[in-house]
Design a binder for this molecule. Structure first.
Ligand code: CO
Length: 222
């Protein structure tokens, strides 16, 4: 119970510190939210989306699940996206994955953890899709890193293929979908430079068999 009490005490200190800088901060925040960003990331406890990019409450709408997956029958993820795009009118969706992702690794190793294996089946589909390419890579670590990158690319395509994003683009709403990858050992995000902002760009990205997919593993610049 002590650890739980510590959390509540820490929360009070955090709120006091924010109020010391801006006394009306929480009052203002309680009236509305208008974040510019939707974050779709992994649930991994070692990643802290808002804190790691220096954001305050109110600046980012967040959806997280194991291995940052977007699939078309996940009502939770779709509801978050729909509200973020159509109501909050976010301008950017950031799909953020990370090297060393436990979910990607479990799928890659065909490990058995229980119910979650079914969720990770989506990653195994990606793995099989790129099996030949992955097999050409020199070692296990490189293949795993590449699968983490490929997973982000595939999720960007999934985001772009939702009716939510397609309708937004069709009505001329400004909406960018970005792919980022994080290395826990560095604490640094890298933009995978595969941003799409229209149906044409999404199609081009697919036709191009994914620029990032042909890039050497781990070569994503900061
Ligand atoms: Co992860």
């Amino acid at each position: 119970m002590e650890r739980i009490k510590e959390l509540l005490e820490s929360n009070r200190r955090w709120a006091e510190e924010l109020k010391a800088v801006d006394p009306q901060f929480f009052e203002r925040l309680s009236e509305s939210q208008s974040p510019d960003f939707l974050w779709i990331g992994c649930s991994d406890s070692r990643i802290s989306p808002t804190a790691s990019v220096g954001m305050l409450p109110g600046e980012m709408f967040v959806h997280r699940n194991v291995a940052n997956l977007v699939n078309h029958s996940d009502m939770n993820c779709l509801a978050v996206m729909q509200f973020a795009v159509e109501v909050l009118k976010v301008e950017h969706i950031i799909v953020c994955g990370h090297y060393g992702c436990g979910g990607v690794k479990a799928a890659f190793d065909d490990a058995r953890y229980g119910l979650v294996d079914n969720w990770l089946r989506h990653i195994q589909d990606i793995m099989h899709k790129y099996e030949a390419k992955l097999a050409k890579l020199p070692d296990y670590e490189t293949r795993l890193d590449k699968l983490c990158e490929l997973n982000i690319i595939e999720q960007i395509v999934n985001v772009g293929e939702t009716t939510i994003v397609q309708d937004a683009w069709e009505r001329g709403q400004k909406l960018f979908v970005h792919g980022w990858i994080y290395r826990i050992a560095e604490g640094i995000y890298r933009d995978m430079k595969i941003t799409v902002r229209s149906l044409e760009e999404l199609d081009a990205m697919r036709d191009d068999t994914f620029k990032a997919e042909t890039r050497p593993v781990g070569s994503v610049p900061v």
